[in-house]
Design a protein around this ligand. Structure first.
Ligand SMILES: Cc1cc2nc3c(=O)[nH]c(=O)nc-3n(C[C@H](O)[C@H](O)[C@H](O)COP(=O)(O)OP(=O)(O)OC[C@H]3O[C@@H](n4cnc5c(N)ncnc54)[C@H](O)[C@@H]3O)c2cc1C
Length: 405
C-alpha cells in the first residue's frame, strides 16, 4: 500500500507516523510544499510549543472548541490529551503543566517536539519530501493521482490531506472539485482595534474579570481583559473572537461592544453598592480609591469619564455622575474598527465540512481512500494547546485507519 500525506505540519506528521506504526508494509511519502517541516510547531507558544492542555475530562475538553467540539467528543474517546502526554513522554519529550493548565515540553523549547516527530518518522521509514507543493488530486480507476506543480503526477492508494487552515477560500478549491463541501474560511483568534478609545493611554492595564458583549447579539464572553496600544486583548476578547468569528467577519470587523467591569453585579445591586460606598466612604477622594478590583489607572479614567473631578470626595458626587459611572462600569460602549491577529497565533474557522468525513476513521464519505486531519477540517479552538490536540487526535485516527483499512 502506497500512502501520500500532503502537509508536513503537526497533523501530517502524526498521521504519517501512526500509519507507519500500525502498518510496517505501507510505503508512506510525506509531501511538504515549503522547505521547512513543522514550521508552526517550531514557532508555537512563543517558541516553547503549547503541545496540549491538562484537561483530562473529554466532556470539559470539547467546550474549548467553537467548531468541531461535538465531533471531537467521539474522536477523543480514541486519542485524547492523556494519550498525547504518554505519546510524547514515552519518546523522551517530558512535559510540564503551567498554572493555567497549558502543557509545554520541560525543555521549554519547541525544537524538542520538532526533533521527536522528525526522528520518529525517519525511524519508521516515512519518506519526507520538502519543496513539493501539491496542486490537486484526482481519482482514476481506483487509484489516486497527486498533481505536483511541475506537471508530474504521483500515484498512490490512499491520501491523507493535512494542509492546515487558510483564510483564502480558493485554497480549498481542490476539495470542492472532488464534490466535497467546504465551510467558508474566516480568521479566528484576534484582538479588537478601538481607534480613539476613551481608554487610550492605558495600555498594559489588565482587569481580572470582565464580560465583553457584542452589541445587538447574545454573543458574550467573560475573563481577563488587557488594554493594548490599539484596543482590547486578553482571554475575554480572544474567546469572543473565536466563538463569534463568523458573525464578526460578517460585520466586516466593524461593530460595537459593551464591557462590563463588574459582571458579578446586576444594575440594581451595583446602584445599591455605589450609594453604599458614597455613604461609608464619604470623605474619601473618589478617583484615587478604586473599588471592584479595578486597577487604579483605569478607575481614575472611568471616574473622570463620569465627570468626577480629581479631588472630589464621595459626599460631593452628584447622582448624575453616579449614574454615568454605573453606565461605564456595567456597559461601557466601544466601537471596534478592525482586528489584529493575536501574537500571530491565528487559526482558521471553517474548512472541510465535518459532515463529509467519517469521524472515527477521518475518511471522506464520498471519496474512498481520501482522509483528512488537522486544521484543514472545520475544527478550531481557543488558545491553550487545544488546536494541536485536535491535530494529534485527528492525525492519529486518520493514520491508524489508513494503516488498518
Ligand atoms: C504562530 C502560531 C502559533 C501557534 N501556537 C499554538 C500553540 O502553542 N498551541 C496550539 O495548540 N496551537 C497553536 N497554533 C495553532 C496550530 O499551530 C495549528 O492549529 C496547527 O499547526 C494545525 O496543524 P496542521 O498540521 O493541521 O496544519 P499546519 O501546521 O498549518 O501544517 C500544514 C502544512 O501543510 C503544508 N501545505 C499546505 N498546502 C500544501 C500543499 N498544497 N502541498 C504540500 N504541502 C502543503 C503547509 O506548508 C504546512 O506545513 C499556533 C498557530 C500559529 C500560526
Amino acid at each position: 500500500m502506497k500512502v501520500i500525506v500532503i502537509g508536513g505540519g503537526a497533523a501530517g506528521f502524526f498521521g504519517a507516523i501512526t500509519c507507519a506504526r500500525y502498518n510496517y508494509n505501507a510505503e508512506i511519502i510525506l509531501l511538504e510544499k515549503s522547505d521547512k517541516l513543522l514550521s508552526k510547531v517550531k514557532v508555537s507558544g512563543g517558541g516553547r510549543c503549547n503541545i496540549t492542555h491538562a484537561c483530562f475530562d473529554n466532556n470539559q475538553l470539547i467546550k474549548f472548541y467553537p467548531r468541531g467540539g461535538k465531533e471531537l467528543k467521539t474522536c477523543f474517546t480514541y486519542f485524547s490529551t492523556n494519550q498525547t502526554v504518554d505519546w510524547f513522554e514515552s519518546r523522551g519529550v517530558k512535559l510540564k503543566t503551567e498554572a493555567d493548565n497549558r502543557m509545554f515540553p520541560v525543555s521549554d523549547s519547541s525544537q524538542s517536539v520538532v526533533d521527536c516527530l522528525i526522528r520518529e518518522a525517519r525511524v519508521l521509514g516515512v519518506k519526507i519530501m520538502t519543496s513539493f507543493p501539491v496542486g490537486g488530486i484526482e481519482r482514476k480507476n481506483g487509484q489516486w493521482y497527486v498533481k505536483l506543480r511541475g506537471g508530474e503526477n504521483m500515484v498512490c492508494d490512499k491520501i491523507l490531506v493535512a494542509t492546515g487552515g487558510s483564510p483564502s477560500d480558493d485554497s480549498y478549491n481542490w476539495m470542492r472539485e472532488l464534490g466535497l463541501e467546504v465551510v467558508k474560511p474566516v480568521p479566528s483568534l484576534f484582538t479588537f482595534n478601538i481607534p480613539n478609545s476613551r481608554l487610550s493611554g492605558l495600555q498594559g492595564v489588565s482587569v481580572p474579570h470582565v464580560e465583553v458583549r457584542v452589541e445587538g447579539t447574545k454573543l458574550s464572553h467573560t475573563g481577563p481583559l488587557l488594554i493594548t496600544h490599539w484596543g482590547f486583548s486578553g482571554p475575554a476578547v480572544l474567546k469572543l473572537s473565536a466563538w463569534a468569528a463568523r458573525e464578526i467577519h460578517d460585520m466586516n470587523y466593524n461593530f460595537n461592544i459593551h464591557i462590563n467591569f463588574v459582571p458579578e453585579h446586576t444594575e440594581e445591586s451595583l446602584r445599591e453598592k455605589l450609594h453604599e460606598i458614597k455613604m461609608e466612604h464619604s470623605k474619601k477622594i473618589v478617583s484615587s480609591n478604586p473599588f471592584f478590583e479595578i486597577p487604579k489607572r483605569l478607575w481614575e479614567r472611568l471616574t473622570n469619564i463620569a465627570g468626577i473631578e480629581e479631588e472630589v470626595r464621595w459626599m460631593e458626587v452628584p447622582n448624575k455622575s453616579i449614574n454615568k459611572l454605573l453606565e461605564e462600569l456595567l456597559r461601557g460602549n466601544y466601537s471596534v474598527k478592525g482586528k489584529t491577529t493575536f501574537k500571530e497565533e491565528f487559526v482558521t474557522c471553517g474548512g472541510v465540512d465535518l459532515k463529509e468525513v467519517d469521524i472515527v476513521t477521518m475518511q471522506s464519505k464520498k471519496q474512498p481512500g481520501l482522509y483528512f486531519a488537522g486544521e484543514v477540517l472545520n475544527i478550531d479552538a481557543v488558545t491553550g494547546g487545544f488546536n494541536f490536540q485536535a491535530a494529534w487526535t485527528t492525525g492519529f485516527l486518520a493514520g491508524k485507519s489508513i494503516a488498518e483499512d
